[in-house]
Design a protein around this ligand. Structure first.
Ligand SMILES: CSCCC(=O)C(=O)COP(=O)(O)O
Ligand SMILES: [Zn+2]
Length: 212
């Protein structure tokens, strides 16, 4: 008889279904080119459901979702989770309230990460859509989006994210030449944050073109 799983199968099934349904929509917007991007959903205090590494996100199925513990180790499978798993699990470990993490590679995100890499951040201020970010209720606010140098060493990237989080609360960050991480307490909030980042980053890029 197989040993019982250390997580609830029904919770995994629900999380996998939610990830596939939402990622299919995000892929249809062109935000997950060439097998890029990865997505996860907390399933309990010690486990998260996350996309398997290397999958085409426009053709994702529930079989492409696996479970990792919060140290980033696969659970009850020998499949390889996202290469960026540690960037997900570090947030689940640090913030018990975080329930969903979305990482995309849209063209806006990638271009802005290059443009603002030197400054180390980009500023979003004066927009009504800033109210899409939880905890903000006015356009008279400023959201600073950090831009981290890219690295293939996830421990290095995770340490830099932790240092940023020690300084200020945030709902997302950019990685230079790479893409955006956004998160929330659940899929709806994470998607709202992701869409607000994407739209406002696009506004800033367009404004720069018009101001030339
Ligand atoms: C082809 S994109 C390079 C990897 C990457 O940045 C990404 O977001 C997808 O990696 P994963 O291991 O999650 O497939
Ligand atoms: Zn990536």
């Amino acid at each position: 008889m197989n040993a019982p799983l250390p997580f609830d199968r029904e919770a995994l099934r629900r999380a996998a279904g939610e990830i596939v349904a939402n990622v299919t929509e995000l892929a249809a917007r062109g935000w997950t080119p060439a097998t890029s991007s990865n997505f996860s959903r907390r399933i309990d205090a010690q486990h998260a459901a996350i996309t398997v590494s290397g999958r085409d996100k426009g053709r994702l199925t529930e079989d492409d979702i696996m479970v990792v513990d919060l140290e980033g180790q696969p659970v009850a499978t020998d499949r390889k989770s996202s290469a960026e798993t540690l960037l997900h699990t570090q947030l689940y470990k640090r913030f018990p309230e975080v329930g969903c993490i979305l990482h995309t590679h849209s063209q806006n995100q990638t271009i802005a990460s290059r443009l603002f890499a030197g400054a180390g951040h980009m500023r979003l201020d004066g927009y009504e859509l800033l109210k899409a970010f939880s905890g903000n209720d006015t356009h008279e606010a400023e959201i600073v989006v950090p831009v981290l140098p890219n690295s293939q060493d996830m421990h290095t990237l995770a340490a830099q994210v932790d240092a940023l989080l020690d300084r200020r609360p945030m709902w997302g960050y950019l990685i230079d030449g790479h893409g955006l991480y956004a998160w929330g307490t659940d899929m709806a909030e994470a998607r709202r944050h992701l869409e607000a980042f994407e739209f406002l980053i696009g506004c800033e890029l367009e404004l720069r073109k018009l101001q030339r």
